[in-house]
Design a protein around this ligand. Sequence first.
Ligand SMILES: Cc1cc2nc3c(=O)[nH]c(=O)nc-3n(C[C@H](O)[C@H](O)[C@H](O)COP(=O)(O)OP(=O)(O)OC[C@H]3O[C@@H](n4cnc5c(N)ncnc54)[C@H](O)[C@@H]3O)c2cc1C
Length: 267
Amino acid sequence: MSDNTSGDQIHAIVVGAGLGGCACALALKHHGHSVIIYERLRNFRRLGDSLGLGENALKLLERWGGRDLYNRLTSIGNQAPDMQIRRWHDGKILAVQPLMDMAGYIGHRGDYHTAFLDAVRDAGIEIRMGCEVIDYEDEEGSQPAVILADGSRVLADIIIGADGIKSRARELVLGFADAPKSSGYSCYRAYFPASSQRRENGIGEDTHLVQNTLRNGDEFNWIVTRKLSHEADMEIRESWFQEGDLEDVARVTATVDPRIRAAGKER
Ligand SMILES: Cc1cc2nc3c(=O)[nH]c(=O)nc-3n(C[C@H](O)[C@H](O)[C@H](O)COP(=O)(O)OP(=O)(O)OC[C@H]3O[C@@H](n4cnc5c(N)ncnc54)[C@H](O)[C@@H]3O)c2cc1C
């Protein structure tokens, strides 16, 4: 239900139908405003792997998207009752942390995204797919506008850039290109069908391995984070799609618990 009691409806444009853009559009609609989303892609695919939704985020999403959205999001996540923290080289369990309410909140990014998109459409918010915003107009005293790739100009009261990590909108607001900075670590991610519900963390020197199951144990994912060591490493380009080198992964995990290593070798 809308809580816009003043009746001052604004007309908003959201650029980007990712997780941020969908959440923002739901919030605007919930508060009684009109909103339209422009998304440059024609179709979405099930991209990524495990993604955590915090309890605070879920509370807001429930407020904006209702109990149905909340139930769908919490059913997507890993249902393992606890998380095991294991010693790197022999897998000895060092700690078992009950996950309690957090159990349901790590799920597949693509499944969460589909739930967000469905909630947006159920709320009657239009997503214009295949519409790339190529420029913004923001002159003092006139209404802001977006310019689309087909040359059309669309006015709004407010324009929200939710255009992801390589955001053009962020650059305009900040006045400079906010390029990603290296943390000194890189990350290998692997993802394949599985057979049981698990969530485990293996901690070693400068290396950290997380194993997690998704879709009620049907899928399994590995995230291996390791410290970058030499110059060639530092030049690794930032991307969600860059293929990893399996021999490199084998080297990084050479001293890990053999049972964990075997899971990686099977695939
Ligand atoms: C492919 C991929 C896989 C990921 N996998 C994981 C994961 O496994 N685990 C995890 O924790 N996090 C993952 N992330 C990161 C996480 O999803 C992001 O932090 C989160 O999606 C950020 O949300 P966002 O809405 O800001 O950006 P995004 O979800 O990236 O959405 C931005 C949207 O804006 C659109 N867009 C961009 N420019 C324009 C434009 N000019 N005009 C119109 N539309 C535009 C894009 O097509 C995109 O749909 C992944 C991100 C990506 C892109």
